[in-house]
Design a protein around this ligand. Sequence first.
Ligand code: BDR
Ligand code: CA
Length: 320
Amino acid sequence: MAKKVILDVDPGIDDAMALCMALFDPRLEILAVTAVGGNVSPQVASRNVQTVVEQVDPPRWPRLGVASSAEHGLPVDGRHLHGIDGLGGVHLQVAELRTRHPAEKIICDEVRANPEEVTIVALGPLTNIARAFQRDPELPSLVGRLVLSGGTVAGPGNVTPAAEFNFYCDPQSARSVIRSRCTKTLVPLDITNRIVMSYDLLNQLPPETSKVGSLLRQILPPAFRAYRQQFGLEGIHAHDSIALMAVLNPGLFSTREMAGDVETQGDLTMGATVFDRRRVPAWRHNIEVAIDMQKDGVIDEMLAALAEAGRRTSKNRFDV
Ligand code: BDR
Ligand code: CA
């Protein structure tokens, strides 16, 4: 039976790529895609969610949730990497949103309708998840599993020396989600930084004649340019797609139960994830953390998901 999933995203190019993989994977039933501000503003993230879904047009449209501003969000965005519109600056067309339900309401509704069955895949700041848990305090125990892209265990951050982007954007929300009693798995930067997708990815994308290929062939080249300019890297990270792989094929990851929290005050450490790794820890385990992965297996799985999405959105019968 397909896994019921809610994707909470801040598209963002790597979010968009993860969406393309998830929406056509027969192992998943995507109940909803909810937008959250992060890489771009809440308004632009909401627009981008609809843009991606509209462009690739899955056979069954998920419910779409709109983002609103975080109460304690920090003034940061990812447009230097993701482009002025969050999707490589290619200005894709989108229709007006048909329904404008708040993201956190959709999360509450879907989890309540499918108790203990829903996996929430959070690929952006944790604003919506924290709000959903606040709105319905029983919700954390009704979520099947929450899989998070973000945080860092031993390595440096990527937005400050100490903090990873998703946790830094809204540290208060990140803290309340990490402290919640929901069953969760963290796929941190330490893991996702290990894969750099080279330019060869562009040759391995589905053909232009498929909807997914057409979209990704527009939005990925600007990401490669940005990574080279910003980091001198000849390739891009695929943080959010790797977190999705931990849902699709958890066997490719080694995990450890850990005791974690999020710094919400420090001048230098705001948004940093802190784990009690003392010889005799005093904190209780509250999160499963990915500590290793079969790198080649994860890359193969991502390419296979893209190929499948290409086949399922092909406009040319010879591609099938
Ligand atoms: C995270 O930050 C965002 O820019 C990416 O979309 C990803 O979710 C990685 O730190
Ligand atoms: Ca993201």
